[in-house]
Design a protein around this ligand. Structure first.
Ligand SMILES: [Zn+2]
Length: 356
């Protein structure tokens, strides 16, 4: 899958806290940019091809929150006493906010973090004059094989003041730090080798990723519409990916020291691996959460992705872990966003087939 891996990154000082970003653009701007670039806009495409009136039961065979459908997010959140959900909050407009709410329906401003029309090539050269970014290239020890970047706050931050343990009495952070570096260091100290396979993606990289999956689906004999629908069950359309936030990483692992990394997509195999079991127990200690859990697919409206983790900060991560809420359910409840239109995941191909 390296052919689809985003080759992105940036050069700034490690440890810088988040800063402001390029100005906001409207959802329409994103759609325009997408269609100008030959990608069907998210809303148009999904309503033409994918939206059904009811949330699909796909992936919800185990019952739980998924069985409630997309509108169940607030309902599951209501069952959890959580101060962060007590009163409605305004959804952030700055995508550098770790709690920025993006999903299949809610886009990221098109100009974030720098315009895609700029010659900015993170990880491959210096930032252009005047560009502000706290995206940083990951040191080789933390990435898999392509240049990858994360927002500095998501890679390494001081543990928040007053937090020494989580709701389940686990220590917060590692060496006084939270974020993906601290997480990978802690995992390594317990014998688990985790790396970032894919981190930050600008709009243009997400476009390449989505088109790549479209091509793969078309090659299997589907019509353009079917291919678009099927790719949309597991890949976010440009403008809608958490990877565009710079706080999200697809993780890869190996189980034997010096052995190969597993770079397939079989969710059961990945979820059952020792490193990923460690992740599910410990990620919240580092402010990190699993975005697309198996039991929540009708709420997240994406298939199960046991490798895709997002930094949201320790307080939110601990609340999500305690309340068993995906970021989608948590943010939907926090911002009183209401039910999202449902997207039918039922024609999703098993992700293991993506290894083809
Ligand atoms: Zn991902």
């Amino acid at each position: 899958m390296s052919r689809l891996a985003a080759t992105t990154g940036a050069t700034t000082t490690a440890g810088t806290r988040i800063t402001t970003t390029a100005g906001a653009a409207s959802a329409a701007g994103v759609a325009e940019a997408a269609s100008a670039a030959g990608v069907t806009s998210a809303v148009g495409a999904t309503s033409a091809a994918g939206v059904t009136g009811a949330a699909s039961a796909a992936g919800s065979a185990e019952g739980g929150p998924a069985a409630q459908g997309a509108s169940g997010a607030a309902a599951s959140a209501a069952g959890c006493q959580e101060a962060l959900l007590d009163k409605p909050q305004e959804a952030p407009t700055d995508p550098s906010d770790p709690l920025f709410y993006v999903n299949r329906w809610r886009p990221i401003p098109a100009a974030y973090p720098v315009s895609d029309t700029s010659p900015w090539m993170p990880c491959l050269g210096p930032l252009p004059r005047g560009a502000t970014s706290d995206l940083l290239c990951l040191p080789y020890a933390y990435r898999y094989h392509t240049p990858e970047a994360l927002r500095a706050v998501a890679f390494e931050s001081p543990a928040p003041e007053g937090w020494t343990s989580t709701h389940d009495k686990l220590p917060v952070g590692h060496g006084g730090k939270v974020g993906f570096r601290a997480l990978m260091d802690a995992a390594r100290s317990e014998g688990h080798d985790l790396r970032v396979r894919s981190g930050f993606r600008p709009f243009s990289s997400q476009e390449i990723v989505f088109r790549g999956w479209m091509r793969a689906e078309l090659a299997s004999g589907l019509s353009a519409e079917q291919a678009h629908r099927r790719a949309s069950t597991y890949s976010a359309q440009p403008g809608h990916s958490e990877h565009q936030l710079g706080t999200t990483a697809d993780l890869i692992y190996r189980v034997a020291r010096g052995g190969p990394f597993y770079d397939g997509w079989a969710p059961e195999k990945i979820a059952e691996s020792a490193p990923m079991r460690w992740m599910r127990r410990n990620a919240h200690r580092f402010g990190i959460v699993l975005s697309y859990p198996k039991e929540d697919t009708a709420i997240t409206q994406y298939v199960w992705e046991p490798w895709h983790y997002r930094f949201v900060g320790v307080a939110a991560a601990d609340a999500m872990h305690r309340c068993r809420l995906s970021p989608e359910a948590f943010l939907n409840a926090r911002f009183r966003a209401g039910p999202q239109p449902a997207f039918d995941l039922s024609p999703a191909r098993s992700l293991a087939d993506r290894d083809r």
